[in-house]
Design a protein around this ligand. Structure first.
Ligand SMILES: Cc1cc2nc3c(=O)[nH]c(=O)nc-3n(C[C@H](O)[C@H](O)[C@H](O)COP(=O)(O)O)c2cc1C
Ligand code: SF4
Length: 434
């Protein structure tokens, strides 16, 4: 049985404080944590190889080292529990199953950065997770694990749960901070980065739920042990949300570097593909899709997936079989990104909407010759010209679905007897096709 560092308490009732403690929970606070200086702790996390599990995979220790101390302003920790990437559903399960592990991880991070106030920004729809978190916080306060002078250490930390309103863009860290402050959830221009000027114009560390939940294990077993679980450049384990055409979809933790097909086919994990595998989206809807042939070569770590020109992202694996239409899948994705664009950058607002309308025409049998190249041209033009990466997150599926499954798209266009006639502007007027 592989070592688990984040999900080991699943199914054991650990949302109750006494159960969590009986399983070794809050061990880092009673013994090791407060003996370490802030610099020692940041160095320890750097040596573990832990990288952000929210999508970008940025080294956690390095991110913490950017947060200035002694700036004269408070330092905030904000947990990103927005979890809006299609295919991703691990974070709310983690919070529901083991909320105290998140609180313990937040105390570890809080001590490293001198945080006195921390927020958990949770997607508003995750009501069971929110209730579980609030109950766990109440227990932790009552036990002296939060609030003033935690465990007699002299360190004080308050944690608040903040409900978001369910916009995908609010998972982007600066949009999340705007939303937390009560403003429109729109990304900010960077720099300044949140580490220097984030929530309430103060130094702020934004970390994903899973990133923080890895910390108690790292403190207990040591950074080298954590690093050794994965590959030299992708340390530790990763929690995957697996959905689509697999026999047993769910949330699975495996060591970094595990072959993708082992996750999908192992009898202890997803138990195999339903039907014949056609492709896999390996890291959430924005990660470039893999064909079945590529999926068979893929390992689940940052470098191996980058070598296949895709990414680990948030660890949302969507497997699909030969019954699924690539045209249908891309039509859903372009609709999603057009709907979720916050609208402040013209290339994203107009480009994602335009791509959505072209896909709708193709899927409804009204595609024209030239539409596919037009889509690719559009995607290239709205990439890297915007404030945040949402536009690129739309461009990658467009480029890869059309690039890897082009005959299917061409066959769809060929259904239109009128496909040779030129496009006219009114074809793409908003509202023309729905
Ligand atoms: C459009 C968009 C949506 C995002 N959604 C999430 C999210 O739901 N959860 C998350 O942790 N990170 C999300 N991110 C990444 C965050 O901006 C940020 O990198 C992350 O929370 C940092 O935490 P980590 O270093 O622990 O991964 C999103 C990024 C973008 C561009
Ligand atoms: S790229 Fe899109 S979602 Fe991101 S800030 Fe610009 S308009 Fe908003």
């Amino acid at each position: 049985m592989a070592t688990l560092t984040v999900t080991q308490n699943f199914g054991k009732g650990a949302r109750d404080l006494e159960v969590y403690r009986s399983l070794g929970g809050y061990g880092s606070i009673s013994s090791r944590l407060f003996d370490l200086s802030q610099f020692e702790l940041i160095d320890l996390v750097s040596r573990s190889g832990l990288r952000g599990r929210g999508g970008a995979g940025f080294p956690t220790g390095m991110k913490w080292s950017f947060v200035p101390r002694n700036s004269g302003k408070p330092v905030y920790l904000v947990v990103n529990a927005d979890e809006g990437e299609p295919g991703t559903f691990k974070d709310h399960v983690l919070m529901q199953e083991d909320p105290h592990r998140l609180i313990e991880g937040m105390i570890v991070c809080g001590w490293a950065l001198g945080v006195r106030t921390a927020y958990i920004y949770v997607r508003g729809e995750f009501l069971p997770a929110i209730e579980t978190l609030n109950a766990a916080l109440k227990q932790a306060y009552a036990a002296g694990l939060l609030g003033k002078n935690i465990g007699g250490s002299g360190y004080s930390l308050d944690i608040y749960v903040h409900r978001g309103a369910g916009a995908y863009i609010c998972g982007e860290e600066t949009a999340l901070i705007n939303s937390l402050e009560g403003f429109k959830g729109q990304p900010r221009l960077k720099p300044p980065f949140p580490a220097v000027s984030g929530a309430f114009a103060s130094p702020t560390c934004v970390n994903n739920v899973e990133t923080l939940m890895a910390l108690p294990w790292i403190l207990e077993h040591g950074p080298e042990a954590y690093q050794a679980l994965g590959t030299p450049k992708s340390g530790g384990t990763k929690v995957f949300s697996v959905s689509g055409d697999v026999k047993r979809p769910g949330v699975y933790e495996v060591p970094m570097g595990t072959p993708l097909m082992e996750l999908l086919e192992s009898p202890e994990l997803c138990q195999g593909i339903v039907g014949e595998l056609k492709g896999v989206i390996p890291g959430g809807s924005s990660s470039p899709v893999l064909t079945a042939e590529e999926a068979r070569k893929a390992n689940l770590d940052y470098e191996a997936l980058a070598a296949l020109k895709t990414m680990l992202g948030s660890g949302a694996v969507v497997a699909f079989n030969t019954e699924r239409s690539a045209v249908g899948m891309l039509t859903s994705l372009t609709r999603f990104y057009a709907h979720e664009s916050c609208g402040q950058c013209t290339p994203c607002r107009e480009g994602t909407g335009y791509a959505d309308r072209i896909m709708k025409t193709i899927a409804s049998g009204k595609g024209r010759e030239g539409d596919l190249d037009h889509m690719l041209d559009l995607a290239a033009n709205f990439s890297y010209t915007t404030i945040c990466p949402l536009a690129i997150a739309d461009a990658w599926p467009i480029e890869n679905f059309i690039g890897k499954f082009r005959p299917e798209f061409e066959a769809e266009v060929a259904k239109n007897p009128d496909r040779g006639s030129p496009r006219v502007t009114k074809d793409f007027r908003p509202g023309a096709f729905w």
